[in-house]
Design a protein around this ligand. Structure first.
Ligand code: HEM
Length: 486
């Protein structure tokens, strides 16, 4: 009797003990570093270097939940905890990805020939951006587009030829600031910066501004476009296409396009054999407006948030302007910016702390098998560089969380244009941002103009909360006081 009872107890004990290990034993057979999308790859290639969070293959969602409005932060934390900063494998649903949070592997990805394509989402296609520079597959079509845009939109000559327009827009922004202060008692800069950036791009691309009926409509659509979503992109894509096709028709009807200087004129004046299809032109023209408006307005809002928060730094920038230009005696010109190193350092420091593209906005796609950091990466893998993580890495940047523009004055001639991967907010390599010089010229000039004209004070606590949409925006619009400088 006692023996039978002890035997049952023993069996129960073994059963209980064994059951504790069942999930573990099952997982051992199926878990793979990086998750579900990497399963096949791990079966076929013994690659022990590649790290990544392990999930069961049944976890079809992969790391989708982590990629929310703070994806850059979540991925940085994950990489650090797994010691996978150099390269981390993850699954985004069924998409196989690698993420670099280190300058060396970032260079391998961005500057090597393998990652020359970009993955295309359906929303991209719906907005016709798959035919535009940013998403066109690497090849002749992309090369042609980039060459034309480089010489007619982004060249130093073209940028300086539009300086007058940037000044006119700055005057308008200053006026709007005064009106808002009078009418509301405070300024919400976001709307003013968005309108300014929109006018800037409309002028360069279509030779119009947002007071023009078509321009105003396009502006509204751009605003909507930031709220990605399949259904909205579908509707929006159709409306944008109709409007820009109308611009094309009108310009052709006018027949005066050879006299104009905008990008639309350039595309329409190409030789017959080089002409693009209308549908391609629509994608190319719209992408310019969408990209140019978004990044510039967002970056300037972050800069102004920092100026309001750090009054001493704002005063130092204003003293630099006053000392060089003379207070209120004349407006700052593009050519003055080279003599304002502290102002430039402020822009670099904001790009380090609040890069508009923390994951370099658009990922890259491997067009053939490649090794990164000695790990085998199969063709078709999506790669991302977490520039936000690199720019906040304490082993690269001393005291990385503090806002200290002086660090760039001390560093001397630190280039942020893509040669130094410790801070490359415009990306690097053959698909680096072609609009970086235009973007910086605009941001420097407008920042200098509004700092010269006003002292900026907080009207409420400055909230540095962020939200990653198409770009990394301030979660809450900045509100402040603008007081004219005597
Ligand atoms: C502060 C301003 C800007 C920032 C921070 C920025 C950032 C970026 C980044 C991170 C990329 C991806 C680079 C890579 O994959 O290596 C990019 C690509 C691109 N940007 Fe910008 N950008 C800015 C301004 C502009 C402007 C003003 C334009 C056009 C008017 C523009 C047009 C483009 C285009 C067309 C691409 C795609 C290039 C390609 O795939 O060949 N960007 N930008």
């Amino acid at each position: 009797m006692i023996t039978a009872c002890s035997l049952t107890l023993l069996l129960l004990f073994f059963f209980f003990f064994f059951s504790l290990f069942i999930p573990f034993l099952l997982n051992l057979r199926f878990v793979v570093p990086g998750g579900f999308a990497w399963k096949k790859y791990h079966q076929n290639h013994k690659n022990h270097h590649l790290k990544g969070p392990k999930t069961t293959c049944g976890n079809f969602l992969g790391f989708l939940p982590q990629m929310g409005p703070l994806a850059h932060r979540n991925l940085a934390t994950m990489a650090t905890s797994l010691r996978a900063n150099r390269l981390m494998a993850v699954s985004l649903g069924s998409v196989r990805m690698v993420i670099s949070s280190h300058p060396e592997t970032a260079r391998e990805i961005l500057c090597g020939p393998a990652f020359s394509n970009r993955p295309i989402k359906e929303s991209t296609r719906l907005l016709m951006f798959d035919r535009a520079i940013g998403f066109a597959p690497y090849g002749n079509y992309w090369r042609r587009l980039r060459k034309i845009a480089s010489s007619h939109v982004f060249s130093p000559r073209r940028i300086s030829s539009l300086e007058g327009s940037r000044h006119a827009i700055a005057n308008d922004m200053v006026e709007r600031v005064c009106v808002e202060m009078n009418e509301r008692g405070f300024v919400e800069l976001r709307g003013i910066l968005q309108k300014g950036s929109l006018d800037n791009m409309l002028e360069s691309v279509f030779g119009i501004n947002s007071d023009n009926e078509g321009g105003e409509l396009l502006g509204l659509m751009v605003k909507e476009g930031y709220e990605w979503g399949k259904r909205r992109c579908n509707i929006l894509g159709g409306r944008v296409s109709d409007l820009v096709t109308l611009f094309l028709k009108e310009r052709r009807k006018d027949g005066d396009f050879k006299l104009r200087k905008d990008f639309l004129r350039v595309l329409l004046s190409l030789k017959e054999e080089d002409l693009f299809l209308d549908t391609d032109m629509v994608g190319v023209l719209c992408e310019m407006v969408f990209r140019g408006v978004d990044n510039i307005a967002i970056l300037l809002e972050w800069i102004m948030a920092r100026m309001v928060l750090h009054q001493d730094i704002q005063a130092k920038a204003q003293n630099e302007i006053d000392a060089y230009i003379g207070h209120q005696t004349r407006h700052i010109q593009d050519s003055d910016i080279a003599n304002l190193p502290y102002l430039q350092a402020i822009v670099k420091e904001v790009l380090r702390l609040h890069p508009p593209g923390p994951l370099l906005s658009w990922a890259r796609l491997a067009i053939h098998d490649v090794h990164v950091d000695k790990c085998f990466i199969p063709a078709g893998t999506t790669a991302m560089v977490n520039m936000w993580a690199i720019a906040h890495d304490a082993s690269i940047w001393a005291d990385p969380w503090s806002f200290r523009p002086e660090r760039f004055v001390e560093l001397g001639d630190f280039s942020i244009m893509g040669s130094d991967l410790r801070l490359a907010p415009f990306g690097s390599g053959r698909r680096a941002c072609p609009g970086k010089a235009l973007g910086l010229a605009t941001v420097h000039l407008w920042l200098a103009r509004i700092l010269q004209r006003f002292k900026w004070l907080p009207s409420q606590t400055v909230d540095l909360g962020e939200c990653l949409k198409l770009s990394l925006e301030m979660k809450k619009p900045l509100r402040c006081y603008a007081v004219g400088r005597q």
